[in-house]
Design a protein around this ligand. Structure first.
Ligand SMILES: [Zn+2]
Length: 135
């Protein structure tokens, strides 16, 4: 059996988010499976308290990246977030600041910031880091 390809998403706990994110990552990044690391309003935590975010979330991301050899980590924010309410503009700003936190983790993977719109469509806010994601 060929080895499965994994990707990683760092996202809110909100159940409306997971399926669109998984579908998009499978289609656009050609991964077979998406490991989900969830935290309520993850973008707000990553942007606002890098130290706490690292303490709470980095261990889970490390397992996905190291044990599953995931080459890509998506940070996801979404419309109508109960844990981290705010405008789309505020979330986009948090996504960009959150990416800077993730860059500090030195994971050696591609980082992508995704915004889920009111229609639950994926909007790519920013990508950076390692190339060669598409296999
Ligand atoms: Zn949320």
């Amino acid at each position: 059996m060929p080895r499965a390809n994994f990707g990683t998403a760092l996202t809110c706990i909100d159940g409306r988010v997971h399926l669109p994110v998984i579908s998009w990552m499978r289609d656009m990044l050609l991964v077979d499976y998406v490991d989900l690391v969830t935290y309520p309003g993850a973008d707000g935590l990553l942007a606002g308290d890098a130290e706490r975010a690292t303490r709470l979330l980095k261990g889970s991301v490390d397992i996905s990246v190291q044990r599953h050899a995931s080459p890509v980590l998506a940070l996801v924010a979404h419309h109508d977030c109960a844990a981290n309410p705010g405008t789309a503009e505020a979330h986009r700003d948090q996504l960009l600041r959150g990416l800077r936190t993730l860059q500090g983790w030195n994971l050696g993977v591609k980082l992508i910031a995704l915004w889920l719109t009111e229609q639950w469509q994926i909007d790519v806010v920013r990508t950076r880091g390692a190339d060669a994601v598409v296999r």
